[in-house]
Design a protein around this ligand. Structure first.
Ligand code: SAM
Length: 420
């Protein structure tokens, strides 16, 4: 067997087992796994296979389950997902998909299941895309709790799930005053979009630190905080630093606070590459001891990250409804802390990349009830390029289904306040 293809599938198998069995984030798993594999083609192919399985997991399971008499061990289920994804979605030739998947089972200690894997994949290959007929693909690919919560929130879960069927373009934030690398389309402010498959390291200006990768929706909270030259600004949950970079570029004297030492390292590396200066403080932002108060604070709070499911489809499977209340509590502690650090008249931007109202709209409602701050509503004048994202309270809510003709955008929520 071709070694390259073998490695691809082995990486994909190990990564998917970690994500689906241990609820580990794909980024964390891949950092570790890919460091063991030198060949970048293997990495790219493995990533494509993993993402396909995570995006289409519900559909793949609906194809596989009727072909099984009883549930196999979890790793064998993962092996079947990998095989069927290749046949139905990735157009891998039948023989290659079946043989390599059977070998994968053997190589990982599941010789007793090679007959089953072979039989299931042959049946699926015989039917081809007909397997998809009659399946409610959108409904199957979203976990029920997310479908229900998004429906209740007034979003269209079917439209959201349709975003799983498309590859996602690359968005860059380019340093103000510099020209963007060729091939991009200006979306707004300093945010440019590049076609699906663009490799950021291949774009001219990457080494020189002229831009950084950031979904256009992720660029909005810092943009809408409207930092002025010389203002003292705190970025309370800063790593990996996309928004810190924007705040520095806007002229802020930025204090970037981050709790996690590994992520502090990434924050420093990113700011070094961009040749941007911020004061980096390793601290729990809720316990920050700082000598001055701030003119503006960005609280891009830790959250369930369900809004970024297009680029990170693992969130659909690793996040559980019971985790939300814990996150809501942490967010409230951070909100309370932010209020203490703000000068009278200072602005606070609260943002999350979550589609769960408890972390977003309900938090903004809570903040609006606090005596120390007043809402500072966002209007069409602030965000003329995306008026559909403004909701009546003066908050911004982006959805992956917006701008569908341009390739969509991540789901973010943001609300702005001013201290009395
Ligand atoms: C949503 S991410 C921030 C993304 C970042 N603002 C950006 O644009 O690149 C949340 C970050 O907050 C950090 N974090 C979580 N709890 C924190 C706390 N109590 N204090 C400081 N940082 C925290 C996490 O480690 C994570 O890096």
């Amino acid at each position: 067997m071709n070694k390259e293809k073998d490695d691809t599938r082995q990486i994909a198998f190990e990564a998917l087992c970690q994500v689906l069995e241990r609820n580990r984030s794909l980024d964390a798993v891949l950092d570790l796994l890919l460091s063991r594999h030198a060949d970048s083609r293997d990495k790219a192919a493995a990533y494509r296979l993993i993402v396909c399985c995570l995006r289409q997991k519900g559909v793949l399971e609906a194809i596989i389950e009727p072909l099984l008499r009883r549930a196999p061990p979890q790793p064998v289920s993962v092996i079947l997902l990998l095989g069927v994804a290749q046949i139905i979605f990735l157009e891998t030739p039948r023989h290659a998909a079946i043989n390599t998947t059977v070998n994968l089972a053997r190589k990982n200690g599941f010789s007793g299941f090679t007959g089953l894997v072979n039989a299931v994949l042959r049946k699926v290959a015989d039917q081809g895309k007909e397997c998809l007929e009659g399946l409610d693909q959108e409904r199957l690919n979203l976990p029920t709790w997310l479908w229900q919560e998004w429906d209740k929130a007034g979003f269209n879960p079917r439209q959201l799930a349709q975003c799983l069927n498309y590859e996602v373009p690359l968005d860059l934030s380019v340093k103000s005053g510099l020209s963007a690398p060729q091939g991009g389309v200006l979306l707004c402010a300093d945010s440019y979009r590049y076609p699906v498959g663009t490799k950021v390291n291949n774009l001219s200006g990457f080494e020189e630190g002229q831009f950084w990768v950031q979904d256009v929706a992720a660029s909005l909270p810092a943009f809408l905080l409207q930092v002025k030259q010389g203002e003292k600004v705190a970025d309370l949950c800063a790593a990996p630093g996309g928004k810190t970079a924007q705040l520095v570029m806007a002229g802020g004297q930025v204090v970037a606070v981050e709790k996690d030492p590994k992520r502090i390292k990434r924050l420093k590396e990113n700011l070094d590459r961009l040749q941007l200066k911020a004061e980096i403080v390793q601290s729990d932002a809720a316990q920050l001891q700082y000598k001055e108060e701030f003119d503006a604070i960005l609280l891009d709070a830790p959250c369930s990250a369900t809004g970024i499911f297009r680029r990170h489809p693992d969130v659909l499977h690793i996040k559980k409804p019971k985790e939300i209340s814990g996150l809501v509590n942490v967010q409230r502690q951070l909100i309370q802390a932010a209020l203490r650090y703000l000068k009278p008249g200072g602005r606070l931007m609260y943002s999350v990349c979550s589609l769960q109202p408890a972390e977003a709209e309900e938090q903004a409602r809570y903040m609006s009830s606090l005596p120390e701050i007043l809402p500072l509503p966002l209007t069409v004048e602030d965000i003329p390029f995306l008026p559909e994202s403004i909701i009546k309270e003066g908050w911004v809510r982006t959805l992956p289904s917006m701008w569908s003709e341009k390739g969509g955008l991540d789901g973010f929520f943001m609300a702005r306040f001013v201290k009395k």
